[in-house]
Design a protein around this ligand. Sequence first.
Ligand code: G1P
Length: 294
Amino acid sequence: MTNVRTAVIPAAGFGTRFLPISKAIPKEMLPIVDRPAIQYTIEQALDAGIDRIVLVTSRGKTPMEDYFDIAPDLEATLERRKHAKLDEVRRISRMADIVTVRQKEQRGLGHAVLCAKEAVGDNPFVVFLPDDIIVGPAPSVTRQLIDVYGRRGSVIAVQEVPMEQVSSYGVVAGEQVGEREWRLREVVEKPPRDKAPSNLAIVSQYIFSPEIFAALERITEGAIGELQLTDAIQILAKGSGVHAYKFNGTRYDCGTPLGLLQASVELALERPDMRDRVKAWLAGLNAKLGQPTG
Ligand code: G1P
């Protein structure tokens, strides 16, 4: 299997959909049950054999760095008290080798990825959009993509979405070359519904060869006045080629308050220490909702 060992995680945005809380807390630090959303992303990367993580941050995002750093006083106290959470606190602070780069101005996803150029160097890398958490049976979506990268080169994860939602996404079209694979011909960022070339939307993850950086240096402001990663993908698609891959797995869109809430409840149901209590609560809630009102 191809060696893809670097991840870029753009986590510099304002998180406007989560205002007002994102005014003071990075949206990536909002909890899914008792862990920040960013931890799920980093664990997805580590699970796929990635050992170098480039986190693109901005002003106000240091809680993310603190979270993955060693907290000697806390560890000493937990150790003294023989606290049950000690092992987990230790594991989190040692789980990943994280490099941070700063995006000083919010100029879009393409610009955020370009900020990681020096840190990535001449290596293939996975871009993780931390809003999306994908769960499902092995192999994970990252492993599925690494496999496609080994056979075809740069690849982006796509999912079918209802036509009324296409304007929220990058949308792809191309020639189908496998059960789940397309060779990209066209990729458009946030098209209006009547201009969308399909309902295959870019979600969650991409794997790029370092060639993408030259394309990112060429793009100009695109949809919503931002430097769009999608426009660089279009350049690469016309050059050495890019494939889209319809992955197998369930996606939770944690980029909105409702999506984060759904992910919290559904992932709590997967947790052996919580499953029974959450099920009992949901059953009670369901009965209450079924009762006639008024
Ligand atoms: C970004 C990308 C878009 C992709 C989407 C997936 O948009 O620009 O191509 O489809 O993530 O969530 P954003 O959600 O940041 O507006």
